[in-house]
Design a protein around this ligand. Structure first.
Ligand code: SF4
Ligand code: NI
Ligand code: NI
Length: 709
């Protein structure tokens, strides 16, 4: 048997199953039955991306199968094998979508099955920053449970997102390993067809961030090859179906590493035989050219970004610290170099051993820094990273910030020897590692003595926080001399540029003007560059010759004009990883905003994924704009169209999240009290008629404004 025979044979087998499954579904439901994956704007994303056709019914699915058949040519050429691999993936997608008919939820814990568009948007920032350096797809059962778990853990420790298909899922469960998107280990499903759910993620990345035109299969495959750092680890025995799926993976640019030696054919850089499973990790990273940032920290538990989302439940916790109940604080404090002894870590007060099991305690840590290039403006930027740093510790959980942080240390971490002083080690190493351009010396003092915590909180930290807040309040677009560009997301959205100003943070929500300023200082040739604002064109629109020149340059000519304050005229582009999207609602002259977490319907007749699919990939779409959550309460939010009084609807949860700040801005700008009470949400209206009736009753100001179109 040649590799061709195996790919073609596997493809034919899956095709036969697919045809049978579709015919069976038509017999059961009739051919007009609706089919689509949930929480996506792309129906069957893989088929849509490859052909440009959106399948909506079983009848269309059957027709689509005819199109798939045309890809299944049988010449013994590499391209035929690749296209048969793609056809196999499309068949798998068809089989999988049938499981979702009638809103069914076919996957049960711990398996995920289909992943919604929002998950992909969330992955945008960690992928571009290298926080997630790659995506591993592990197929089948490892020779032993220990080897399988060790492989998964090795990727997890590197921050790599791991997806599991088939036997490995049971092995990981048997070993009692925690899985889930929050720890970056995602069991997809036990059938081999469930592998299409990760293929679908890669392909939607091309649609969402890459602005790839659906149907342009060539550009699609180039995008996934160049920009999606995925690879496959397939355990023996490989049947022909898996070999055919592998051909599909290779067609998308994802190398396949296997320990199968029988009846397999090596393809350099693409199909690699590695008999030693303990070397799968190294072989895979080399094949995909993935570089891992190493932070060596001397602590008794693992430290990796994959643990950032890990949650420690009360029953698993040794002790906790809770700023909402007792005095706590976290602080970066700039000192003179002579006052600091580099890498000195001091604990003042009891260690974890001396705390009662399950108790609630005080903690305050002051990270003293010194450096020639250090500025007070960078203190909050560094401080905000503490949350990520402490969360990356395996078995330690952190939420909140400033004097409201909460930390839990798990029983497992404690038993492994983790102590308070190790928090100091983590803070020291992480700050020195990430902020080396501004921090020359760093010392950490951790207080657990309750009286000392009270003193630090009230006499040191709070006065500093108050001062910073005053500074933030006076930071307006008018009060600064420069804005900053951010092009981090160009790794996925090649022509996208964010213009970050004090009153308009990056659309991902993660880059404020202060962050951009610090990033520029840390890496002067990096993603954030200074944009001057000396030549305004129209202050109301927020257009500047300087800004236009900068976006032209940083988008390599893809963009000519960008305004800062309009969603209708030359709005800022979106990469795809925005926290929120707003879109115009013509019946009320207003805009509807939806956030990534919102799963329901909006009065535009679109869900978040559908609204989000209107913009992205660095293109301008007047009427739709991606933005960060904090931008909603900004005085600059679509100022050119009248500002926040255009907001007519938001999901309830988002409305509550922004309420205080939004109400304050509405009071200042228009003298309106409790503005959020006038804004609709899903409990009030999911269609425009009900919404307008509600707005009329409340006397919402948008109704009296000029139409936007
Ligand atoms: Fe991406 Fe813009 Fe956020 Fe930068 S500011 S990371 S370009 S979304
Ligand atoms: Ni107090
Ligand atoms: Ni982005």
């Amino acid at each position: 048997m040649t590799l061709f025979d195996r790919v073609f044979g596997g493809n034919d087998a899956v095709y036969g199953l697919t045809e049978g499954a579709i015919d069976g579904a038509i017999a059961q439901y009739g051919e007009d039955k609706a089919v689509s994956f949930p929480n996506t704007a792309y129906s069957l994303p893989c088929y849509y991306a490859v052909t440009g056709t959106k399948v909506t019914t079983l009848k269309e699915l059957k027709e689509a199968l005819g199109v798939v058949k045309t890809l299944m040519t049988r010449e013994k050429r590499l391209n035929d094998a690749f296209m048969s691999g793609v056809a196999t993936a499309l068949c798998a997608e068809f089989i999988e979508v049938l499981k979702y008919i009638d809103g069914a939820t076919p996957y049960e814990e711990p398996c995920y099955g289909h992943l919604g568009d929002a998950v992909i948007r969330e992955l945008g920032v960690p992928l571009v920053t290298g926080d997630i350096p790659g995506v591993a797809v592990i197929l089948g059962a490892a020779p032993t449970t220990e080897e399988g778990v060790a492989l998964v853990k090795s990727y997890q420790a590197q921050g790599i997102l791991v997806t599991l298909v088939g036997g490995i899922i049971d092995q990981v469960a048997e070993a009692g390993m925690k899985t889930g998107a929050n720890v970056r280990v995602i069991p997809l499903g036990k059938d081999v067809t469930s592998v299409v759910h990760v293929v679908s993620v890669a392909i939607r990345a091309a649609l969402i961030f890459g602005n790839v035109t659906p149907g342009d299969a060539g550009t699609l495959m180039k995008y996934t090859m160049d920009r999606v750092p995925a690879f496959v680890n397939a355990f023996k025995p490989l049947d022909d179906v898996i070999v055919a799926c592998g051909a599909g993976a290779i067609a998308l640019g994802f190398p396949v590493i296997t320990n199968e030696t029988e009846n397999i054919f090596r393809v350099p850089k693409s199909l690699i035989v590695q008999e030693d499973v303990s070397k799968f990790n190294a072989t895979s990273l080399e094949a995909r050219d993935i570089k891992i940032k190493i932070t060596n920290i001397d602590i008794p538990v693992a430290f990796a970004s994959a643990f950032e989302g890990e949650i420690i439940r009360r029953k698993d916790m040794q002790v906790e610290f809770d700023g909402s109940r007792v005095d706590c604080a976290e602080l970066v404090h700039t000192c003179d170099a002579s006052e600091i002894e580099d890498h000195k870590i001091t604990v003042i007060g009891p260690e974890v051993d001396e705390m009662e099991f399950g108790s609630k305690n005080s903690i305050a840590y002051v990270v003293k820094v010194a450096g020639k290039n250090m500025q007070a403006d960078f203190e909050p930027v560094i401080e905000r990273k503490f949350h990520n740093y402490i969360n990356c510790i395996e078995g330690v959980y952190h939420t909140g910030q400033r004097d409201m942080q909460r930390i839990r240390i798990s029983i497992d971490a404690f038993n492994a020897g983790f102590r308070i002083k190790h928090i100091g080690e983590v803070l020291y190493a992480s700050v020195k590692n990430e902020f080396d351009a501004v921090v020359d010396k760093c010392e950490v003092v951790i207080y657990t003595d309750p009286a000392e915590c009270t003193r630090i909180r009230h006499e040191v930290a709070i006065p500093i926080f108050d001062k910073r807040d005053e500074r933030l309040d006076t930071l307006t677009d008018e009060s600064v001399d420069v804005y900053y560009s951010c092009i981090l997301c160009q790794a996925f959205a090649p022509s996208h540029v964010c213009v970050v100003t004090p009153e308009r943070l990056g659309l991902c929500g993660a880059v404020s003007w202060l962050d951009a300023k610090a990033t520029h200082q840390l890496d002067p040739a990096g993603p954030c560059q200074i944009i001057t604002k000396e030549r305004p064109i129209d202050e109301n629109l927020g257009s500047y010759e300087d800004v236009d020149e900068a976006v032209q340059k940083f988008s390599q000519g893809a963009l000519e004009h960008v305004t800062l304050y309009s969603i209708m005229q030359d709005p800022m582009t979106s990469c795809g990883c925005f926290e929120c999207i707003c879109g115009i609602e013509p019946f009320s002259n207003g805009v509807v905003i939806a956030n990534r977490e919102y799963a329901g319907m909006t009065p535009l007749g679109m869900t978040f994924p559908e609204m989000a699919s209107m913009t992205g990939g660095g293109v301008q779409t007047p009427g739709f704009m991606g933005h960060g959550k904090h931008f909603i309460s900004s005085k600059k939010f679509m100022k050119a169209e009248g500002g926040i009084e255009r907001i007519v609807w938001m999901p309830k949860e988002l409305k509550e999240f922004v309420a205080d700040r939004l109400n304050k801005t509405a009071k200042e700008l228009y003298g309106i009290d409790n503005f959020t009470d006038m804004i609709g949400d899903e409990t009030i209206a999911e269609d425009p008629e009900t919404l307008v009736a509600f707005l009329t009753e409340k006397g919402h100001p948008a109704l009296g404004l000029d139409p936007m179109m």
